[in-house]
Design a protein. Structure first.
Length: 228
């Protein structure tokens, strides 16, 4: 039985990538409404600052979850560009709130360990998922080109590619693999089992590690000091 790779890619987009975006929206919405109810501030900014990237995230759900906008963007040759642009805005928004959180720390405004941990967790979680989606969107030209017989050169080298004997002959990386790469990079601040090959992949992993390091080493450490 031959595999329908196009259908597999559509399934991955709808039932893996779209839920990943929804999880980011839920994280940000949770923190926004907790901030509203508890009157939390972030460097003097209003509670809804945590929702600034929800608009682009909702737009991103269109081509991920629904066939029609996805096919329209593919026919126009814009699917990858639109997706990466929206993901870029999400990452920049997350960086903005991280900077605001650092400003709040410097000014001594963050006095609650629980509040600080929740804010840091949302920033860190958004960082992991957003970069995982970026890795998924760029590697070998994106998910639609990866399944073609002659895909572009890879941006990442997975163990299954280096040693084909440990995987089925038709194996190719899917979103779960890229989320794992993003998670381990955010935890270890460096590649683990999957190596970046292109300069773009290296710069992206560097950026993710830097954001994660600041979030963990400064924000989380300060929260622990408050608790102690």
């Amino acid at each position: 039985m031959t595999r329908d790779l196009t259908r597999e890619e559509a399934f991955e987009s709808r039932w893996e990538a779209a839920p990943a975006v929804v999880s980011v929206i839920l994280l940000q919405a949770l923190l926004a409404f907790v901030s509203l109810s508890q009157h939390w501030k972030l460097a003097g900014l209003p509670w809804w600052v945590w929702l600034v990237s929800v608009g682009p995230e909702l737009l991103l759900l269109g081509p991920l979850a629904f066939d029609r906008p996805r096919h329209q963007l593919e026919q126009a040759g814009m699917r990858r560009l639109v997706g990466l642009t929206l993901l870029g805005f999400v990452n920049l928004s997350n960086l903005f709130v991280l900077v605001a959180l650092l400003v709040s720390l410097v000014h001594g405004d963050e006095k609650s360990g629980g509040q600080l941990l929740l804010k840091g967790a949302v920033v860190w979680g958004t960082n992991v998922i957003a970069f995982g989606l970026v890795f998924w969107a760029i590697d070998r030209g994106g998910p639609s080109k990866r399944i073609q017989p002659d895909p572009p050169f890879g941006d990442f080298l997975f163990p299954q590619m280096d040693n084909p004997k440990i995987a089925p002959p038709d194996w190719y990386p899917q979103l779960a693999d890229y989320i794992y790469v993003s998670f381990t990079n955010a935890i270890a601040f460096s590649p683990t089992d999957t190596m970046p090959l292109s300069r773009l992949a290296k710069w992206l992993m560097l950026a993710e590690s830097a954001i994660s390091a600041v979030t963990v080493l400064l924000v989380a450490a300060r929260a622990v000091n408050i608790f102690s």
